[in-house]
Design a protein around this ligand. Sequence first.
Ligand SMILES: NC(=O)c1ccc[n+]([C@@H]2O[C@H](COP(=O)([O-])OP(=O)(O)OC[C@H]3O[C@@H](n4cnc5c(N)ncnc54)[C@H](OP(=O)(O)O)[C@@H]3O)[C@@H](O)[C@H]2O)c1
Length: 263
Amino acid sequence: MQLSGSTVLLTGATGGIGQATARALRGRGAELILTGRRTDVLEPLAAELDARTLAVDLSIPAEVDRLIAEAGRVDILVANAALPGSGRLESFSMEEIDRALDVNLRAPIALAHALAPAMVARGSGHLLFVSSLAGKTATAGSSLYNATKYGLRGFAAALRPELRDSGVGVSAVFPGFIRDAGMFADSGATLPAGVGTRSPEDVAKAVVGAIERNRGEVDVAPVALRVGAIFGGVAPETAAAFTRRVGGEKIAEQISAGQGEKR
Ligand SMILES: NC(=O)c1ccc[n+]([C@@H]2O[C@H](COP(=O)([O-])OP(=O)(O)OC[C@H]3O[C@@H](n4cnc5c(N)ncnc54)[C@H](OP(=O)(O)O)[C@@H]3O)[C@@H](O)[C@H]2O)c1
């Protein structure tokens, strides 16, 4: 899929990864429609990138419908918005659980459902979903976030072959720990020595590459974390015991303590 001249709808444009992704997509010549709730961040970014903006709250289904109605023609969807949804299950209210499901899972599915038919009719388009390595391996203290990110992975993995002959590509991108900006960096949590990170610009580059080369799944993490995620997928019990032994549950607690206000 060629980005130059294509119209890209990017959700979560105001976040750490979203801003880097918006700049990378614009750098490849895409016309952008940027969304987020924080208009004080959205508007200056849109001015910088000559983009349209649609400020919506993705936890409200009627707002998702408004986004779809007002966006008009979309050639490429980059569904990037999410809440951290970290913390032990009993620490969430049902309202917070619904919000995480709505923003992280329902909104990307609703957007794909609404936008894909016109892409299929044109015989071209791309749907990209930003999941997480938390969509491949689970950690205690992250069950809700894991549920949404595993869900997004399953959705993309099935939709890709479903649309294979239509000319519409489907990708999922799986960041690990992202430094400098975004929900992990904002949490203030520190990682043990030797656990590597990637930058928001690395994720943005992966998003651009996945669209341009129609790649199914792209990890954005050092090799040790990528191997750990594969291991977590095939041997979850052993991986959970290993994570506990190396202090992974403590890190999950630290991350969740720093992300409470984003629920
Ligand atoms: N940072 C990491 O280490 C990391 C690792 C793995 C995966 N990821 C994934 O990468 C993506 C981007 O995350 P990030 O790190 O950039 O997080 P972030 O800085 O917290 O940004 C989250 C984005 O989602 C938007 N959002 C949240 N709730 C919303 C709502 N109710 N309605 C509309 N928009 C909403 C936010 O917009 P407003 O605040 O303006 O509403 C913001 O643009 C997410 O899917 C995340 O799960 C991140």
